[in-house]
Write a protein that binds this ligand. Structure first.
Ligand SMILES: Nc1ncnc2c1ncn2[C@@H]1O[C@H](COP(=O)(O)OP(=O)(O)OP(=O)(O)O)[C@@H](O)[C@H]1O
Ligand SMILES: [Mg+2]
Length: 228
């Protein structure tokens, strides 16, 4: 099986080498849990390995994302080069619709050989649906379309609770190939970031809740360490 190395320190080890190519991941996390940083680094590491990436932002503007990410990762110095050479593109579609997202993806895969993509966030799209059945159906159709494209995607989903015990199984849990959870766990006088690979179809993977940090040079996942 071909795998897409995320390039995020420690994560590929947890995935036994990377995300199976062409699969579609949902990245769950609460506010500030690191979803955008995680997705941005996934594309950045890909760009460095010669795989073009597309960041589809449905909420923040391109400039906000770039500003925030450059401040989050000040030691990653060549973000602007990656953007100006189109190895990484950040695009905000005009409409909040999966059709529009699909068109954008198809276009960039054809015209810029995009191999990895990020959709941030599915929650924004879900809000535009009146009922869950309709959203589930549309998401399912969207994924069927994605499966015909040679692209490996991460879609963020907003989690409503920081607690591990409070996971509610949601629509995205069932339709996506993989689920990664980011937590901002509550400890006495601080919060600890932790990551969990909850599901990944077609491969064995770590099931350990593993601490991670957002550092100026990128995300570091501390494989083998425990969360206290
Ligand atoms: N250089 C840094 N070093 C350590 N932590 C940082 C750094 N820069 C940002 N952070 C942390 O990362 C968090 C932001 O992460 P990010 O924007 O990726 O989260 P998110 O899950 O996308 O949030 P939202 O739900 O608001 O979209 C900040 O709240 C801050 O705590
Ligand atoms: Mg975000």
């Amino acid at each position: 099986m071909d795998r897409v190395k995320t390039g995020i320190s420690g994560l590929d080890e947890m995935l036994n080498g990377g995300i199976p190519q062409g699969r579609h991941i949902a990245l769950y996390g609460g506010p500030g849990s690191g979803k955008t940083s995680f997705c941005f680094e996934y594309l950045y590491r890909g760009a460095k390995m010669g795989e073009n990436g597309l960041y589809i932002t449905l909420e923040e503007t391109k400039d906000d994302i770039l500003d925030n990410m450059k401040n989050t990762f000040p030691l990653i110095s060549d973000v602007d080069q990656m953007i100006s050479s189109n190895k990484m593109e950040i695009v905000k579609p005009e409409k909040l619709e999966l059709d529009e997202v699909a068109n954008l993806l198809e276009d960039r895969i054809t015209s810029n050989n995009v191999r990895r993509a990020v959709i941030d966030s599915a929650t924004m799209i879900r809000l535009s649906f009146e009922n869950d059945m309709e959203y589930r159906q549309t998401l399912f159709e969207f994924l069927s379309l994605l499966r015909n494209l040679d692209v490996t995607t991460i879609t963020t989903v907003e989690a409503t609770s920081p607690k591990k015990e409070d996971i509610r199984f949601d629509i995205e849990h069932f339709v996506m190939d993989g689920i990664f959870n980011l937590y901002n766990l509550d400890r006495e006088d601080r919060r600890i970031r932790a990551l969990e690979i909850f599901k990944m179809r077609g491969t064995d993977h770590s099931r350990d809740l593993t601490p991670f940090k957002v550092t100026p040079q990128g995300i570091k996942v501390y494989v083998g360490e425990k969360v206290f």
